[in-house]
Ligand binder design. Structure first.
Ligand code: EPZ
Length: 424
């Protein structure tokens, strides 16, 4: 198993293009099966989660091939409606295939997605939404059995604007007769990108990005081409890395508004920010000051996925601040590891209090989850000496060639065989 070794204290300079969005491409890959069609997805990030989704598509009888940043999916040959345990365990967000399989085949069977590092990760809102369309869902022996002989359009009110439940409802609606209206829908930009793909497929859908999404029928096409949106959380990560290490970086091919809550917090900490229509430049030198307290919220509030990253950028900032994690029940596992670098973080329930320290010192640390692992790298860039990050498999799920991106900006990050690394 590899580890990452990071030699900190090197400012970052340069311009980078940000990868396609993991959280946009996964539901779109699911949408590609609601009708037998050919899909060409451009700007598809090379990530283990995307590979896992391709394996699920192939298991279902589709073809899914990659050529560089383009993934070709042909779902005309789909001949199965089940997702087995091993594929579900590979990626719990595979539950996003449930609504699309139901829309295509009126039945679906999948192994119950387990929890993850962020907590239990229930899917009750997904199942409630699918039952609104008339689906009969039973659970037996750790498997979900869904039957929907003839799905009918419905009014689906989500008690919480769950991203995944919104996406599953949108996809199930594409196989239902009659109009569907989803209220209290998630408003994340990835939902807007899914709507854009569905429109190209011939679905009459509008309202994504607002709390109310309406699907009123479809004349589905045989071929679709779509360019996946840029990953707003990777963009926020790059900015936090530059804030932690110092320097001046420019992100190309981004929508600044999609991560404005993070950019505004960095600006408030003393970073200089220049926003253009499709790029953002951040400059940081000298000691930053602590941001105002941060509370994570559904979009357009501060994104939970950026909470570990901004925390890492704030570890040396002058003063004290507090983070409140309102979305996931257990999303501070990175705090213990960050404290091993000399940070001063104390966690009580959903609140993490961060008091800025004058310096961080490299040490062996362990990635606990995707964004928590990225936070360790963010902090290590601003630490003195060398940090060794173990369990980087968590990180490569969502960051394409992360070490290349950072080294292109002047960092010193490289893989090492774990057997040669210092004891963690
Ligand atoms: C999506 O997860 C993202 N994943 C997450 O990104 C992101 O953190 C999250 O949305 C919130 O923005 C993908 O898009 C693949 P939710 P999702 O349903 O859909 C609870 C990353 O780092 N809930 O909005 O699973 C749930 O437990 C990942 O890229 C229920 O209680 O998020 C959580 O506390 C991490 N019942 C909250 O709602 C349900 O049926 C938000 O979950 C569903 C969710």
């Amino acid at each position: 198993m590899s580890v990452w070794k990071i030699s900190g204290g090197r400012a970052l300079h340069g311009e980078i293009k940000i990868q396609g969005s993991k959280n946009a491409v996964l539901p779109i890959m699911s949408a590609a099966i609601i009708k037998g069609c050919e899909t060409e997805l451009l700007n598809c990030p090379q990530l283990s989660d995307v590979e896992a989704a391709m394996e699920i598509l192939k298991h279902l009888g589709c073809t899914a091939e990659r050529e560089g940043d383009t993934v070709y999916i042909d779902s005309r040959g789909m001949n199965r409606t089940d997702i087995p345990h091993d594929l579900m365990r590979e990626m719990r967000s595979s539950v996003i295939f449930l609504g699309a399989i139901l829309a295509r085949a009126n039945e679906a069977e999948l192994s119950y997605p387990g929890g993850c590092e962020l907590g239990v990760r229930p899917i009750d809102l997904h199942l409630e939404a699918l039952r609104c369309f008339g689906a009969e869902i039973s659970e037996q022996g750790g498997n979900l059995f869904c039957r929907g002989r003839s799905l009918r359009g419905a009014r689906v009110n989500l008690s919480f604007p769950s991203v995944g439940a919104t996406e599953n409802a949108m996809l199930a609606a594409c196989g239902a007769a009659g109009e569907t209206v989803i209220t209290n829908a998630a408003r994340e930009p990835e939902i807007i990108d899914l709507q854009a793909y569905l429109r190209k497929l011939g679905v009459s859908i509008w309202g994504a990005g607002t709390p109310t999404i309406t699907i009123s029928g479809f004349v589905l096409r045989d071929r679709v081409g779509h360019r996946v949106m840029t990953d707003r959380i990777v963009a926020a990560t790059a900015l936090c890395c530059a804030a932690s290490a110092g320097g001046r970086i420019t992100l190309r091919d981004v929508v600044p508004a999609y991560f404005e809550t993070v950019t505004a917090a960095l600006e408030q900490m003393g970073c200089r920010i220049d926003r253009k229509s499709h790029s953002v430049t951040l400059e940081a030198d000298g000691r930053l000051h602590a941001p105002r307290p941060i509370a994570t919220r559904p979009y357009p509030g501060f994104p939970t996925d950026a909470q570990p990253l901004l925390m890492a950028a704030a570890l040396k900032a002058e003063g004290t601040t507090a983070f409140t994690e309102n979305i996931f029940e257990s999303r501070y596992r990175h705090a213990v590891e960050l404290n091993r670098l000399g940070a001063d973080i104390s966690v009580v329930g959903r609140v993490a209090v961060v008091t800025g320290v004058k310096a961080l010192v490299g040490a062996p640390v362990k990635a606990t989850d995707l964004r928590g692992g990225a936070a360790l790298i963010t902090a290590a860039l601003g630490a003195r000496g060398t940090t060794t990050v173990y369990d980087i498999g968590h990180v490569i799920r969502g960051y394409e060639a992360f070490e290349k991106m950072l080294n292109d900006l002047g960092a010193d990050v490289h893989y090492e065989d774990e057997r040669l690394a210092p004891v963690g």
